[in-house]
Design a binder for this molecule. Structure first.
Ligand code: CP
Ligand code: NVA
Length: 306
């Protein structure tokens, strides 16, 4: 049966660590994997903009001996020119895998069900699993362990927050999520995280108090206040989220050696100040780099020789 990469919740503990272990090996010795996906083709469906995701999937395919083909929103007009399922049934005749960045999570589920080739989630409104895998890999590189570490997420309880919660659960980390009232993570994801974290050191705190969240944290993470697709809410959200800005004052409430993390793109002066983005504690570009390494491994596992 083909495998997809849609949510971290679907990974077994073994598969979660397999990705992290192989990422470490492949990052150290990329030459060894030059032909791991020789002549394989990845279709890359984008219904939203991207810098990191497009670059890292496309560069990753080239580095593994294959190629990624970019499909812009205007090209295939998913759902209007043609149904999601018909697109899945066409693509499987030509390519070895499909990466998709879209809106509703049901779209990726529909696509995965309709096609015989592996489908990789490159962001939906609900989840951003490739990002969270790169993030925990980055933390692992910095701290040499994951279990027991505390991550504080301050901002919108969005796709990135959801995937971080699921990664933290698999890794046995502590995660505190501080959001304004009404912007908490979804109950479904909270339940998945609790289920996945059973028997580990996983602890989940949901709060409205950013200071409580950052206490004793090993890393403080934030994301944009208005995600792609929420542009109409941008001004209203700026007011609601203002007390959740990650700035020098909030950092002064954390340990001195706390890292700053962000999935990027960042809106400097909104969710984070220049002072924090550009501080020695900031590891945001390491996270961006590691998107490449983690996704190469995910693609190799799903699309390479068994
Ligand atoms: N972090 C991330 O997914 O970046 P892009 O939106 O630029 O792909
Ligand atoms: N939450 C953001 C993440 C971008 C990588 C969004 O969905 O736009």
């Amino acid at each position: 049966m083909k495998k997809d990469f849609i949510t971290i919740h679907d990974l077994s503990q073994y598969e979660f660590y397999e990705i992290l272990d192989l990422t470490k090996k492949m990052k150290k010795n990329p030459e060894k994997y030059r032909s791991a996906l020789k002549d394989k083709i990845l279709a890359m469906i984008f219904q939203k903009p991207s810098l990191r995701t497009r670059m890292t999937f496309e560069v990753g395919m080239l580095q593994l001996g294959g190629e990624g083909i970019y499909l812009a929103p205007s090209d295939i007009q998913m759902g209007s020119r043609e149904s999601v399922r018909d697109i899945g049934k066409n693509l499987e005749r030509w390519v070895d895998g499909i990466m998709i960045r879209t809106f509703g999570h049901d779209i990726i589920l529909d696509l995965a069900e309709s096609t015989r080739v592996p489908v990789i989630n490159a962001l939906t409104d609900l989840l951003h699993p490739c990002q969270a895998m790169a993030d925990v890999f980055t933390l692992l590189e910095k701290k040499d362990r994951l279990a027991g570490l505390k991550l504080a997420y301050v901002g919108d309880g969005n796709n990135v927050a959801h995937s971080l919660m699921l990664a933290a659960a698999k890794a046995g980390m502590k995660i505190a999520v501080a959001t304004p009232p009404g912007y908490e993570p979804k109950q479904e994801i909270i339940s998945w995280a609790k289920e996945d974290g059973q028997g580990t050191d996983f602890e989940l705190t949901i709060t409205h108090d950013p200071v409580e969240a950052v206490k004793d944290a090993d890393a403080i993470y934030t994301d944009v206040w208005a995600s792609m697709g929420q542009e109409a809410e941008k001004e209203a959200r700026k007011k609601i989220f203002a007390p959740y800005q990650v700035n020098g004052e909030l950092f002064s409430k954390a340990k001195a050696e706390t890292y700053f993390m962000h999935c990027l793109p960042a809106h400097r002066g909104e969710e984070v100040t220049d002072e924090i983005m550009d501080s020695p504690n900031s590891i945001v570009y390491d996270q961006a780099e590691n998107r490449l390494h983690v996704q190469k491994v995910i693609m190799k596992i799903l699309m390479g020789k068994k």
